[in-house]
Design a protein around this ligand. Structure first.
Ligand code: TNX
Length: 538
């Protein structure tokens, strides 16, 4: 993989070069009249004007024009390549109105090709010229990410569901790309408000566009238990029967959940399920009296306070429960991680917390999974291989930061989710109608402008496995709410996880981000029009 050696942002120079190239192109190929008279001719998007920024982009040669004759070429032997080709065709057909058949023969067109090479597990190369566009990768995940790049290189109208006039140019040149981090996540809290399978799928599609590869589902909390557990059926049937504000709540049957996992996998996302323990457990405690130290089940809870519930650490029955839940959840989980929460256990003594984690982490290992916990887990003894998800703030005490950094120095991997940067449920400003503000207001620039590799003092850069943007749902109950809080901050978090540090530059990022807006309009994604970003006028 070729990388730019310089540590200064190279985007402006490249963009200028691409800009003049495109003037030439526009005077040539597109002047032939592909666009209806009187309509502005679409210039091809410069190869590096995508989010996340690619590791390298070299403009050169003629653009490729997707036309009625374009075919999508795939490898006969590979079912996964065929599926990615079908996915691409599904994106392009409604707006172009072209047939875009999949074929294993011929030349040119859009070619998806698996080949050995230094692409890594998720990298790809995209070569574009007059005769075609070829995306090459070692693994299907790389091809899929390359397809997302191709989408963003086509005019935004390609995302519409009705036939658009075109033309459909892809700038000429080569993109070589691979992620900075293997873990690029987004979390959705389906406990405080329940979101249906269809709503989760919609979010998955939005995440895939920005090359996010982990969907962390916060499946249980005080306000609701959202996954069916056969051995403890009241968890979902009763514990899932309400939500914040007293609405009807809901839960996923095992088939629902398998469908989410399958859909996520088809977009190359791994689902990371979370059962939050030992705090954040009122829904479980309300469902089974025997889980309470005093044997009395509390009522269901529909408010938004945190820190008032705890599993009974001293009772053996608690560990039957934990074993059953983890066993059934692990069986539904093809991915390698199982998140056990561990945050805000304010009603569990420190000794009990340590005991609980010492007993529960081996259960996760027993069922073949790797532990992830919120960073409070570093106050106990993280299991070998465990990852800690850091959700502190700039203002978090030096002692707490050092506790996490020390664990990192001792081998605990880190997922970075600083609340005053990438908590997507934080209000943008005091006027944001949705969201919370306990971590402060988080405008778009603040959300983007930090370096995961150098973020936590005393933590080695090599401990950082990636970035995750959590979306807590105390105040959010619809897909429109999700979209408004996630856009435009989610693409920034995705870029921090994907792009080389050398590309990091707010001034060029905000231009690339602004260029995404017509795409969101085409996709029906309502977003916050931050005054920090030079949005095109509508
Ligand atoms: C803190 S972050 C929580 C959640 C809340 C969230 C709201 C974390 C691990 N716990 O219980 O939903 O703040 O922003």
């Amino acid at each position: 993989m070729r990388r730019h050696p310089s540590t200064t942002p190279r985007t402006p120079r490249l963009t200028r070069a691409l800009g003049s190239l495109l003037l030439v192109a526009a005077a040539g190929v597109f002047a032939v009249g592909a666009a209806p008279a009187g309509q502005e001719r679409a210039a091809a998007t410069p190869l590096d004007r995508i989010v996340p920024a690619p590791a390298s982009a070299e403009a050169g040669g003629s653009p490729y024009l997707v036309t009625r004759d374009t075919r999508i070429r795939i490898d006969a032997a590979r079912e996964d390549t065929r599926r990615i080709g079908a996915y691409l065709a599904d994106v392009l057909r409604p707006s172009t109105g072209y047939p875009l058949p999949l074929t294993t023969h011929g030349r040119g067109g859009i070619r998806l090709r698996l080949a050995n090479g230094r692409f890594g597990a998720e990298g790809y190369r995209l070569d574009s010229g007059a005769r075609g566009v070829t995306i090459t990768a070692r693994e299907p995940a790389g091809l899929f990410h390359g397809v997302q790049t191709l989408r963003q290189l086509l005019p935004a109208a390609v995302e519409r569901k009705s036939v658009q006039p075109g033309p459909w140019p892809v700038a000429g040149g080569t993109v070589e790309d691979a992620p900075r981090y293997a873990y690029r996540g987004a979390m959705l809290d389906v406990s405080r408000h329940f979101f249906t399978v269809a709503q989760v799928k919609r979010y998955i599609d939005e995440l895939a566009l920005y090359k996010i590869n982990k969907l962390h589902l916060h499946l249980s909390d005080d306000q609701g238990w959202r996954i069916a557990v056969d051995s403890w059926p009241r968890l979902a049937a009763y514990g899932g029967s309400t939500e914040v504000g007293g609405g009807p709540g809901g839960f996923y049957t095992k088939d629902d959940y398998r469908e989410i996992v399958r859909y996520a996998a088809s977009r190359y996302l791994e689902v990371v399920p979370e059962i939050d323990m030992p705090g954040h457990t009122n829904a479980a405690l309300a469902s089974y009296a025997e889980l309470n130290c005093d044997g009395v089940a509390p009522p269901l809870y529909t408010g938004t306070k945190v820190g008032f519930s705890s599993l009974c650490v001293a009772k053996d029955r608690t560990y039957d429960f934990v074993d059953d839940v983890i066993r059934e959840l692990a069986a539904l989980t093809p991915g390698r991680y199982l998140h056990i929460g561990g945050d805000e256990a304010h009603s569990t003594s420190h000794d009990d917390y340590v005991k609980f984690m010492d007993r529960v982490q081996p259960v996760v290992a027993k069922y073949g999974k790797t532990v992830i916990g919120w960073h409070q887990l570093t106050g106990a003894t993280p299991a070998p291989g465990a990852l800690a998800q850091y959700w502190g703030l700039d203002s978090t005490s030096a002692a707490e930061k050092e506790q996490v950094a020390k664990a990192a120095r001792n081998g605990t991997g880190l997922i970075l989710s600083p609340a005053d940067r990438v908590y997507l449920d934080m209000k943008y400003t005091k006027d944001t109608p949705l969201g919370l503000a306990w971590a402060g207001y988080v405008e778009v620039r603040r959300s983007y402008d930090w370096d995961p590799g150098a973020y936590l003092p005393g933590a080695p850069a090599s401990a950082v496995r990636g970035v995750e943007a959590p979306l807590w749902s105390e105040t959010l109950s619809t897909s429109a709410h999700i979209d408004y809080m996630a856009f435009p901050r989610l693409p920034g978090a995705a870029e921090l996880g994907w792009s080389p540090a050398a590309t990091h530059d707010w001034e060029t990022y905000k231009v690339r981000l602004a260029a995404q807006a017509p795409r969101w309009d085409a996709l029906g994604i309502g977003y916050y029009r931050s005054p920090q970003v030079p949005w095109p006028s509508r």
